[in-house]
Design a protein around this ligand. Structure first.
Ligand code: AMP
Ligand code: ZN
Length: 113
C-alpha cells in the first residue's frame, strides 16, 4: 500500500521515533508548527477518524495513554499542549493514515482557523 505512514511503521522511511509499543508509533513531525510537534499513529492502517469503530476501543485507549506519556517525555505535560486530528479535505488531512498531532512548547492560538 502506498501510504507514507505505513512505510514509517515498516522502517522504509526514516523518522525520529518518540514512543513505540505494539499498537502505536509516535514520531516528530517533519515540518513542525510548534517547538513540540509529534504525530501519534496506530501501527495498523486506518485511513481517517471516519473509519474508527467500537472495535478500535482498546487501540484508542493506547493512543490516549501514549499521548500522556509523550507529553511527559517532551516536558509539556505541565505547560500544556494541543491534540489535533484533521479529518478529510476541509479538516486539512493530507496523509491518509489516522494520526493525532501533539503540539506544544508555545502558547497555541485559538481559534485554529
Ligand atoms: P495532516 O495535514 O493532519 O494530514 O498532517 C500530516 C502531517 O504529516 C504534516 O504535519 C506533515 O508535516 C507530516 N509529515 C508528512 N510526511 C512526514 C514524514 N515523512 N515524517 C514526519 N512527518 C511527516
Ligand atoms: Zn497507512
Amino acid at each position: 500500500m502506498d501510504c507514507i505512514f505505513c512505510k514509517i511503521v515498516q522502517g522504509e522511511i526514516p523518522s525520529k521515533i518518540v514512543y513505540e509499543d505494539d499498537a502505536v508509533l509516535a514520531f516528530d513531525d517533519i515540518n513542525p508548527e510548534a517547538p513540540v510537534h509529534v504525530l501519534v499513529i496506530p501501527k495498523k492502517h486506518i485511513a481517517s477518524f471516519n473509519e474508527l469503530t467500537a472495535q478500535d476501543g482498546e487501540l484508542l485507549v493506547k493512543i490516549m495513554e501514549s499521548i500522556q506519556r509523550i507529553a511527559i517525555l517532551k516536558k509539556v505535560d505541565q505547560s500544556g499542549y494541543r491534540i489535533v486530528n484533521n479529518c478529510g479535505a476541509d479538516g486539512g488531512q493530507t496523509v491518509g493514515h489516522l494520526h493525532f498531532h501533539i503540539m506544544g512548547g508555545r502558547e497555541m492560538l485559538w481559534p485554529a482557523g
